[in-house]
Design a protein around this ligand. Structure first.
Ligand SMILES: Nc1ncnc2c1ncn2[C@@H]1O[C@H](COP(=O)(O)OP(=O)(O)O)[C@@H](O)[C@H]1O
Ligand SMILES: [Mg+2]
Length: 225
């Protein structure tokens, strides 16, 4: 399969890792572009109008400045959120389970959406911190999609174990979608599947319009017994 535009060709596993990192950067660049950069561009254009109307319509200007200030605060919050999401997670200190529990709490609080997090017996996180971080990032992106697209009332997150596999289930009761018909130009899910495959794992999505969505990530992390 030939690579899509701007995508690096891949010859070996190192190339694949590098390409996945580049994809991640591309996504971050787009988030910055669609979020704060657009808010600030809009702010700047409206400030030019304020400048012109300053003498002639002082009352309108006063009200507009208040609105613009709210926009500026929005941009600051968007940037703070992006910075927070990019922050390295202290997985080696707290472990994957604790980190995901904290992520659930934070998303629940900020998005005003109940998250339920359960861990089945037999799950432990004695596997490599780098793999734990990769799993954490996948979960984080699934949560972001829920926030952006699902209009859900609640989210359920469950960790379990099947033999050498760590299973992560994330389920929302939102609007659902057809996973086989993701519109062109959206690379989030494709990237997540690639990252799961890079971990020798698999990301499976069950969803249909009106039926919520269920994400199942399975990654081999336990020694075979
Ligand atoms: N939890 C979800 N609930 C409903 N729709 C979803 C969910 N996750 C993803 N989608 C749909 O799948 C599409 C592709 O997602 P993704 O590849 O992450 O791209 P993006 O988030 O940039 O749109 C989204 O545009 C959305 O329509
Ligand atoms: Mg997405």
């Amino acid at each position: 399969m030939s690579p899509k535009r701007g995508e690096l060709p891949v010859f070996d596993l190192t190339d694949q890792g590098i390409r996945l990192l580049e994809e991640e950067r591309r996504r971050i660049a787009r988030d910055l572009h669609d979020g704060p950069a657009q808010t600030l561009t809009n702010l700047s254009m409206r400030l030019e109008v304020v400048q012109r109307m300053f003498q002639t319509h002082p009352e309108w200007v006063a009200a507009e400045l208040e609105r613009l200030n709210a926009h500026a605060r929005t941009a600051v919050n968007e940037i703070r959120r992006l910075i927070y999401d990019l922050r390295p997670v202290a997985i080696d200190e707290v472990g994957l389970l604790q980190a995901v529990a904290e992520l659930c709490n934070r998303c629940s609080r900020e998005w005003d959406l109940p998250f339920e997090f359960t861990v089945a017996e037999g799950v432990h996180t004695d596997f490599s911190p780098a793999k734990q971080v990769a799993v954490y990032r996948l979960i984080q992106e699934i949560f972001h999609n829920i926030r952006k697209h699902a209009a859900a009332q609640r989210v359920q997150v469950r960790f379990s174990r099947t033999g050498c596999l760590l299973d992560v289930w994330v389920e929302d009761d939102g609007v659902g979608f057809d996973p086989s018909a993701v519109p062109v130009g959206h690379y989030g899910i494709i990237g997540m599947k690639e990252r799961a495959a890079f971990l020798d794992g698999n990301l499976e999505i069950q969803s249909a319009p009106g039926r919520g969505s269920r994400f199942h990530l399975a990654v081999p992390v336990y020694p075979e017994s």
